[in-house]
Write a new protein. Structure first.
Length: 431
């Protein structure tokens, strides 16, 4: 594709009905179509954002946060965004895009939730997904012991639609709620047997593998045996690989290598907030994998839920275009590890969707996404103000509380940026 094309000509070379929107991105593909973009600049408004909280007139707290906004970055080249869509990458999925059990159950794969997920995979180019299907602790008696997947009908439909879209599926589960609790590890054999039966009965929805996401701090004989029991199913067996398993490096094999020896392939948890740290950690773990002829994918965290130092949420949410370029650069670097490297994993669907589109998947107004990310990603101020709310009231970012104990309070935002307030609904008032 000629990279010097721009405007409607370029957009229509990708999709006949597309056009270059006023924001400089192609309709549908969300690829940049302007011929040139101005150099980005950081701007600071003269009027600071002010939080004023009042608890029934008894307590007033004022917190000033500079309203520094991130000006749009130069359009990432068409080549970079196309490379991103073509990367070998997976999406890790715990739920239909909302962890809050009061809003939606983790197994609620309704036709609308399935349609939205499939559209995300198509637009972003995810060729593989890892989908949580339950735990041994909660679901063994009612399901696994009877060789049934929990809420099986939901997953037959979900996996079938993903497979029809050309997306392979790995089923994930965990043993017990406490990561270090390996009680009843033998029951992993029932999970493996369940998916053998599931695949036989539902070939159109068959999974390619099973992943035991238990993640103990220390690698034990019981943990390794759990993986070997899964391997008895003849399915591909995976697991999340903790950085702590790199040591002691003097031990042969290292804990990481011992785990890799019990798997078909692993998933490196390179959960850091700095791309350089992600790269360094992945390099070290891939080197250990390569030394024994093993392989692993590399997962990056994109959710707002973990501690800030363990996630790339801030970059993904404030500047999706730069985040995508970072992924392309990371993949190009990690590919130097050869066969040891098995592609990237975006963890997880809930966080990544919100980073790209500004809302939870369950709150998205349409049944499908048609672009890589929303036209107007959040500013850096958005992230700072959300962090401020969390520190003041102990709430998660972007969820402004309406009550504290029995006292009702109001939060008033004084800012010149109306778009900033829109992410918080009616709780914030622009004055």
């Amino acid at each position: 594709m000629p990279v010097d094309q721009c405007g409607d000509v370029f957009c229509q070379s990708l999709e006949r009905a597309s056009y270059c929107k006023a924001n400089g991105f192609c309709h549908g593909s969300n690829l940049p179509c302007k011929c040139a973009e101005p150099t980005p600049a950081m701007t600071t408004s003269a009027k600071p954002a002010t939080f004023l909280s009042t608890t029934q007139g008894l307590t007033t707290t004022r917190v000033n946060v500079p309203t520094t906004t991130l000006a749009p970055t130069p359009a990432t080249s068409q080549g970079v965004l196309l490379k991103y869509r073509q990367l070998k990458k997976s999406l890790y999925i715990w739920n239909p895009g909302n962890k809050n059990k009061d809003d939606v159950d983790w197994w609620a794969w309704t036709p609308r939730n399935i349609q939205l997920l499939v559209s995300v995979c198509k637009i972003h180019g995810f060729s593989h997904v890892m989908v949580f299907t339950g735990s041994v602790y909660w679901d063994w008696k009612s399901s696994w012991s009877q060789q049934k997947v929990p809420f099986e009908d939901m997953f037959i439909t979900l996996f079938g639609e993903l497979r029809r879209a050309g997306i392979t599926v790995t089923a994930t589960f965990y043993l017990n709620d406490e990561p270090n609790d390996m009680t009843n590890y033998q029951r992993a054999a029932d999970v493996g047997a369940t998916f053998v039966r599931f695949n036989s009965a539902n070939p159109q929805s068959a999974v390619s593998g099973v992943d035991g996401d238990q993640e103990p701090e220390k690698v034990s004989a019981e943990y390794l045996e759990m993986n070997r029991l899964l391997a008895g199913s003849k399915l591909q067996v995976g697991a999340s690989l903790k950085p702590a398993w790199l040591k002691p490096a003097s031990k042969t094999p290292t804990p990481l290598q011992a785990v890799l020896g019990s798997l078909t392939s692993g998933m490196i948890m390179a959960y850091r907030s700095d791309a350089r740290e992600v790269r360094s950690l992945a390099d070290e773990m891939l080197a250990q994998a390569a030394s024994i002829g093993a392989s692993a994918s590399v997962a990056v965290e994109t959710s707002w839920r973990p501690p800030p130092e363990e996630t790339l949420w801030a970059l993904a949410r404030s500047d999706p275009s730069s985040f995508i370029k970072m992924l392309v650069d990371l993949d190009e670097h990690l590919a130097k590890a050869g066969k040891a490297y098995q592609g990237l994993v975006l963890h997880d669907y809930e966080g990544y969707f919100k980073a790209m589109y500004g809302v939870l998947a369950t709150d998205y107004p349409a049944a499908e996404v048609t672009e890589l990310f929303a036209d107007e990603p959040a500013s850096s101020t958005d992230f700072k103000l959300c962090s401020c709310l969390r520190e003041m009231y102990g709430q998660e970012r972007r969820h402004a509380p309406t009550r504290k104990s029995s006292a009702i309070f109001a939060v008033v935002l004084e800012t010149s940026d109306p778009a900033l307030a829109s992410g918080f609904g009616s709780t914030l008032v622009v004055i």
